[in-house]
Design a protein around this ligand. Structure first.
Ligand SMILES: [Zn+2]
Length: 240
């Protein structure tokens, strides 16, 4: 199955926080979108891999994903190894996504750093015929990075105003990770009651930068060319 866009995140729920609004929007427009999670979350302070897998499936339905896969690397020990790269090469050649979204490489969590690195390498290697996986070679057109540092100017924003409620539903599918006054499990940065308002605040902030209510922001290493500035900059007006 060919995908238009594939998001590759380290842990089940990273995608929901960073790119789900954009993917919900793409799915609503008829594009085929998918998610690959690198690990099952067995090191997570809250929940279990089985619970996270159920939550990931529920969220995939909310987002309208065509596929969601887990590469089952080791949580907390994602490293840039030939085997890890090959696993990503195999999914790239299987789904042949035009666009790939993944973590920005400067991040506090080592799993996010290595996921970013592995995905970038794999996107290149996947285009080499002599990397043999018994599949056709394939290279995505672009890699876009999410969870970018606040000091970095995003390359572009996606208006997710109409998708924001659904985004929050997708995030809330990961109930085991979020605030629950009855839970006795250890607290994490996601499980405090301030977390969802903070996520909303970030999407509101990105939205104010493009004069809309909510947005998600992405970074692209390469310069972005616009083929038709009239169409590109009036697309929104024409869509209304
Ligand atoms: Zn993560």
């Amino acid at each position: 199955m060919k995908l238009d866009a594939l998001a590759i995140g380290a842990h089940p729920d990273d995608i929901e926080l960073a790119v789900s609004g954009t993917f919900i929007k793409l799915a609503e427009r008829g594009y085929r979108v998918g998610v690959v999670d690198m690990v099952r979350g067995e090191l997570g302070s809250r929940g279990t891999p089985a619970i996270r897998a159920r939550e990931a499936k529920a969220s995939a339905e909310i987002m309208g994903l065509s596929v969601r896969e887990n590469l089952k690397l080791k949580d907390g020990s994602i490293f840039d190894t030939p085997e890890a790269r090959l696993r990503v090469v195999r999914v790239l050649r299987k789904y042949r996504p035009n666009l790939v979204f993944t973590h920005y490489w400067d991040d506090r969590h080592p799993d996010h750093i290595y996921t970013s690195r592995i995905v970038a390498q794999a996107c290149y290697l996947s285009g080499l015929a002599k990397i043999d996986t018994n599949q056709q070679r394939f290279r995505p057109a672009r890699i876009f990075y999410f969870m970018i540092p606040h000091t970095l100017q995003p390359s572009f924003f996606v208006d997710i105003t109409r998708q924001f409620d659904k985004k929050i539903q997708a995030v809330k599918a990961f109930q085991s990770q979020l605030f629950d006054p009855k839970s006795l499990e250890p607290q994490t940065y996601l499980s405090v009651p301030e977390f969802l308002p903070a996520l909303e605040g970030l999407n509101r902030y990105y939205g104010t930068l493009i004069q809309t209510k909510y947005a998600e922001a992405f970074y692209c290493k390469e310069a972005l060319a616009v083929e038709d500035p009239v169409r590109f900059f009036t697309e929104k007006e024409r869509a209304l």
